[in-house]
Design a protein. Structure first.
Length: 100
């Protein structure tokens, strides 16, 4: 897999997983729930999806070449970036007016 393809795949997966907690009331997108998810549960899902995207990134990086060690600055940048990717789903869930 080329570096370009791996990068675009990772970006697409990150956008999808960042918005998934806000687009559906199913737990992790697959386990149905009877009542709507509270915000705290959506945040837990978002954190778990961040870890999942990070593991996928590490796997893809290892397949392309050597894996670089990450310091706290890396995580201080990628956490807000992942939360920013979740903004469209948050807006659709909580800030948009719904027609009834």
């Amino acid at each position: 897999m080329s570096i370009t393809l791996a990068s675009w795949l990772l970006i697409a997966v990150a956008v999808l997983l960042a918005n998934l907690p806000f687009l559906t009331d199913n737990l992790f997108g697959v386990i149905p729930r009877r009542s709507p998810k509270p915000l705290w549960l959506r945040m837990v899902e978002l954190a778990l999806f961040y870890v999942l995207v990070g593991l996928l990134a590490r796997l893809l990086e290892g397949r392309i070449g050597s894996v670089f060690a990450q310091s706290k600055e890396f995580y201080m940048l990628t956490v807000p970036l992942f939360v920013t990717l979740a903004f469209p789903g948050f807006v659709l869930r909580y800030l948009s007016k719904r027609s009834r």
